[in-house]
Design a protein around this ligand. Structure first.
Ligand code: KG4
Ligand code: ZN
Length: 337
């Protein structure tokens, strides 16, 4: 079954044609990075306007890449949550209208679930496994029982990890998005130059939760307090020291959750899963199998939406013609008193 997937939740305008949830026939990711760069972050109004302009050409390009006509499409899936409302609406309405006009089945896909499906496009894994979803909007440690059956064990109580990378980069004028730049700078930096603090959330009912606002604040406002007194205060050293704590925190919590729940397989997904230090550190853990998506499927993309959409469609899930998007998604955030 060839499924058309559409993703427009933030600043990537993406369309994919995927056969049987795995085989990518055509896949275009048109990024708006250059458009938002001058503002050092995504401007929602601009993002939705660009999606309006781009969605049809991107769809055409994907068909061209696949070497097929629109008649070959047998089912349709689009991101329906979470994300920027105006942006989500463009891709979702486009996909829903296409399905309606062609009499095809249509299903809305949860973008967070799709990020953790991305590594499964290359292999089959047994459930349950430990999921680590790390993106610009979410940091979630969960037990994944099935394609859309997630038990959230831990989450960030404040900033998402990608957001912390972006905010530190923005403060130092490194541009947007910041994760990739910090990753690159960190490769030549001294990770011990600054001894930034680990968030201490081990107490009470939060053994797998993380926090990034303190670390971000330390890396931005408290360099002198945490400086080791020897290394130079270069951007490379700040990046490497920040990245060390940001990633080690994630790895510690992920390992603890995997051990406590007896899970021997860890699957990571989301934009931050492209981070080289995270890939190296998590990937070299003894006694567990760790899977990352290929780099192209880490950040927002329509292939993962078509891939997960296929499984939802063949099991009979459908979204009605009155279906709508949702900027937020319940069950993926923990609430605190
Ligand atoms: O999954 P994604 O593309 O969008 C959301 O769903 O949020 O994730 C984007 C996030 C941004 O915060 C970006 O800075 C971060 O992923 N990111 C990285 C790297 N590449 C992208 N963070 C750390 N290291 C990277 N190499
Ligand atoms: Zn994403």
């Amino acid at each position: 079954m060839i499924v058309l997937g559409v993703e427009s939740s933030c600043d990537e305008c993406s369309v994919a044609l995927v056969r049987d949830g795995r085989e990518i026939l055509g896949h275009v990711i048109a990024t708006q990075i250059e458009i938002h760069k001058p503002y050092e972050g995504v401007v929602p109004e601009l993002a939705s306007r660009k999606h309006m302009e781009w969605i049809v050409p991107v769809f055409r390009d994907a068909l061209k890449q696949a070497g097929m006509g629109a008649d070959a499409i047998e089912g349709v899936a689009a991101t329906d949550k979470p994300g920027l409302a105006g942006s989500l609406q463009v891709g979702f309405c486009f996909a829903k209208s296409f399905a309606w006009s062609r009499g095809l089945d249509f299903v809305g896909v949860n973008h967070i679930q799709a990020h953790l499906y991305a590594p499964l496009m290359e292999r089959t894994l047994d459930y349950p496994f430990l999921g680590l979803l790390v993106s610009g909007g979410h940091t979630i440690i969960c037990k994944v029982n099935g394609i859309d059956d997630f038990e959230v064990l831990g989450a960030s109580i404040d900033d998402a990890v990608g957001e912390a990378f972006d905010k530190v980069a923005k403060h130092y004028g490194l541009g947007y998005p910041g994760g990739k730049v910090i990753d690159q700078l960190a490769r030549t930096g001294d990770p011990q130059a600054f001894q930034f603090p680990y968030p201490n959330l081990y107490k009470g009912n939060h053994p797998y939760d993380v926090s990034y606002s303190g670390l971000k604040n330390a890396a931005v406002n408290q360099l002198d307090i945490f400086w080791n007194g020897k290394s130079e205060k270069t951007m490379e050293n700040i990046a490497a020291s920040f990245e060390r704590i940001a990633v080690d925190t994630l790895v510690k919590k992920t390992v603890k959750a995997a051990e406590d729940y007896g899970l021997k397989t860890i699957v990571a997904g989301g934009g931050v899963a492209a981070n080289s230090y995270l890939r190296q550190k998590l990937g070299s853990l003894p006694g567990v199998d760790v899977y990352f998506p290929p780099m192209v499927l880490c950040a927002d993309n329509a292939a993962m939406i078509a891939g997960l959409g296929y499984h939802l469609l063949i099991r009979g899930d459908r979204s009605g013609w009155g279906a709508n998007i949702s900027p937020r998604v319940s069950g993926f955030r923990k609430s605190y008193p």
